[in-house]
Design a protein around this ligand. Sequence first.
Ligand SMILES: [Zn+2]
Length: 396
Amino acid sequence: MKLSKLLILFSVLFLSFSLSAADESGWISSGGESFYDAKNPWILHSKDISYCLEMDQVGFPLNRAEVLAIIEESFHYWQTEFSKTGEISNSPFRKSYKLGKNRITFKERCSGFEDIEFKLGKGQLDQEELSFLEENGHSYLGVAVRKQYDRKSLRGNGFIFISSHKDIKENFSSPDLYPTPWKHHQLLMLTLIHELGHVFGIPHMGNSIMAEAFLDVMTSKYFYRAFISYGVESFLAPPKETKRCTLIDTDMYNFFNLDFRKYNCLYIKKLSDSQYDIYASLNQGKQEKVASLVSLSPDVYGLESKPIGYLRLTKDQELFRSDTTNFRHLIAGPLIERYKLTGKLINHKTFSSYPVTMSVSPESISVISTLKDRFVTVYSYDSLYSNILSETFFVE
Ligand SMILES: [Zn+2]
């Protein structure tokens, strides 16, 4: 097996701690590059994954067993995400490469043959790895580095590095940085999820967990508490249930015939691709169904789903037959679901029905109907991640 020796840097948070020649000159390129196979997923659908963990003794408040549990949860996150296909955009007839359904095996000791080595703390890096990470003059809170790629089996391996608190103290100087993020299970998990996203070939994209600035914002002393207290958001598919307990405006109360003294939360729940229900409650208490969205169907002009990445087929690859890829060498991956639906809203208080348009994505949901010949938003939800990353929402 001929392995191409590649060190490919995938990510992520960096803060300069020494200036390289490139930094001093200010030259930097953006866009237009042909990456060839450098951004391919390391591991495709149904392939086994082995991993191991090495961590520094100091600089991590979590013990080895706790870190291993977080790694498992992070793998589980992506396996669940990749199973969310076959919804509106991800038709089974679509020709794309698939991800997920990987059998994941932990190796007690790193022997150098694992697909992913988790290296927590600088003390775990060998000289070659250290030189690679330091050559551009940046420090990384977390980073995924592919070291080898087999062009026949389209399979890579490498390491995920996470800075310890000691490394952060010695190498990072941002006054906004919360210096001890790994005291919190959730922050380490979100960091590992982001880095594993790169392992599965997802570049920086969107306004959520794979955003370029995600780790930067998550470890900001102004925002980290919000990321600890909030659940992990979906990346590929819209959430099946969301709530809105603030900023319910007069139109929403009027539309649902609700007394604003009695109700202050609205919920939407997905029953199927063609039906959702809307509920109201006071202070997240007992819920009362106020409306149903029925006969929903995709608006063909409203499909905005985008692939999470592309697989570049190499000349030597032995996985895909030409006829299964339409004789193409650049194949799109699973889609992030973003679409519009049109249908009917039935108000359960008045038994009236209204035309309705619904916009759905992992980061937002909005339902627009009509009230006295005006278009009104009768429900909307914006994810916390995208609110914070867009800085339209101030947490403290
Ligand atoms: Zn990244």
